[in-house]
Design a protein around this ligand. Structure first.
Ligand SMILES: Nc1ncnc2c1ncn2[C@@H]1O[C@H](COP(=O)(O)OP(=O)(O)OP(=O)(O)O)[C@@H](O)[C@H]1O
Ligand SMILES: [Mg+2]
Length: 433
């Protein structure tokens, strides 16, 4: 996938600061809108004084290793085509190996994923810095680990690279929507939902500075060797509102089909925008269908429109469940998940649950599910509307649906009155593979 960004953000009023430590020559203003404005300054130690990401990065960012370009060329066999494992809006991703000598000894080789920015310009650089800053600060089993980075400004232009721990089981998107991958069993799906929710809850509620992920979607949920989910891609992440503010005013960025409608309409970003995206992903996991599929009949293109015609407490509900699950699921649990998804998708952001509440609900569902004996599983046979079941069995055409998923988010904003288009980040993406 390629991704082009045109920043027309004129809404930013916050203080711009340079990232600490990343003091190479062409360091741009890269604060990712991180600000110390409105923070309550600690004087005696008794006043609450949360630090922002920049301050936290000053303390914790030193753990990141700074690689030379030559080291990463060697690690990836000169960015060989055979080593390429993916491509996204930022650039190509390569599998590589480096010596694990973080403790100073001559360590074993470890596998890494090396992401290489494929274009110059402010936007790519800004995303690269955001990734370094946020991943330099966070530490959680459900967030991908950044091992280090490389920034070179040479005669041949700038090079920006990121080095991550290698995730051998690709992304949730690959497993849900590509028939080349085996279908994920029901239990594993529940565990992935829980792990991803825990990652978001940590970002929203457990850090000194709140982090809003802003691009929660199946391709940004990577799976480790045991299929534990880890969120990746912090290029669009933003620090949450500072003391006394309810939201962050921002250019609208994210991916069509996942961004919360209230955020698209107003540009007001809160943690509840991520909660909406989480609700969408819950339905994608339940149904095996993408949030937006333009090759379907018009009334079925939007996943939410389609699932809402199959009410949770009706018999029709069974039709929406992923046929690749082959009835191995508990319909009772599926209904509970759908209800949880609906609460995340409430129109009013403040009515949506916090991610810690979502985590609790998912834990209860998992607990109840593991206590159920196989014979008590309420697998219901759905006997009417077979043509609709057949329709859900149809594998979505990958390239076509990807194009749709990557359509311009800005287009959505065109239908929104009373908000100037200049305030929006236009994301324009095209599928290349
Ligand atoms: N740490 C990693 N370990 C293993 N594979 C990875 C890792 N990071 C990324 N990949 C692979 O590279 C692919 C591309 O990732 P990338 O985040 O660049 O793009 P994307 O998520 O598909 O699209 P977008 O630009 O919209 O986020 C992923 O789908 C995954 O298969
Ligand atoms: Mg990604």
């Amino acid at each position: 996938m390629k991704c082009f960004h045109y920043c027309k953000d004129k809404t930013r009023t916050r203080v711009q600061r340079s990232a600490p430590i990343l003091n190479y020559e062409t360091s741009l203003s890269i604060s990712n809108d991180v600000s110390t404005k409105n923070r309550v300054v600690k004087s005696s130690g008794s006043v609450y004084s949360p630090r922002g990401i920049v301050e936290l990065y000053e303390e914790k960012g030193g753990k990141l290793k700074v690689f030379t370009y030559a080291e990463l060329r060697q690690a990836t066999n000169d960015f060989a085509r055979l080593r390429k494992i993916g491509e996204g809006g930022f650039g190509c991703v390569y599998k590589g190996s480096i010596k694990n000598n973080i403790n100073g000894d001559d360590g074993d080789l470890i596998l890494v994923a090396v992401k290489k920015l494929n274009r110059d310009g402010f936007q790519g650089h800004k995303q690269w810095v955001a990734e370094v800053q946020f991943l330099g600060v966070v530490d959680h089993p459900n967030l991908v680990k950044l091992i280090g980075y490389c920034a070179v400004d040479g005669e041949r232009g700038i090079q920006r690279l990121l080095v991550y721990e290698f995730m051998p089981n690709k992304s949730l998107e690959d497993h849900l929507f590509r028939n080349s991958h085996e279908a994920l069993p029901w239990k594993r799906r529940l565990q992935i939902m829980l792990g991803a929710a825990q990652g978001l809850a940590y970002l929203h509620e457990e850090l000194e500075a709140q982090v809003i992920f802003r691009d929660f979607k199946t391709s940004n949920i990577l799976l480790d060797e045991d299929f534990n989910p880890k969120l990746s891609d912090f290029g669009l992440a933003r620090e949450g509102p500072t003391e006394g503010n309810t939201h962050v005013s921002t250019a609208v960025m994210g991916t069509n089909g996942y961004a919360a409608p209230d955020y698209i309409e107003t540009g007001h970003l809160t943690a509840k925008s991520d909660v909406w995206s989480f609700g969408i992903v819950l339905y994608e996991i339940l149904t095996g269908r993408r949030s937006l599929e333009r090759n379907r009949p018009k009334e079925d293109q939007m996943l939410l429109d389609w699932v809402r015609r199959h009410p949770i407490d009706s018999k029709k509900f069974g039709f929406i469940l992923d046929p690749r699950l082959e009835s191995q699921y508990s319909l009772t649990d599926a209904r509970k998940i759908a209800k949880l998804a609906d609460s995340c998708l409430l129109k009013s952001a403040k009515d949506r649950p916090k991610m810690s509440q979502v985590v609790e609900s998912l834990k209860q569902i998992l607990q109840a599910s593991s206590e159920e004996s196989p014979s008590s599983k309420s697998v219901e046979r759905v006997e009417d509307e077979p043509e609709e079941l057949a329709e859900n069995s149809k594998p979505a055409e990958v390239s076509e649906s990807s194009k749709r998923r990557l359509a311009q988010l800005a287009k959505l904003s065109e239908h929104v009155g009373g908000f100037t288009k200049k305030g929006f980040m236009i994301m324009h993406r095209a599928k290349v593979s």
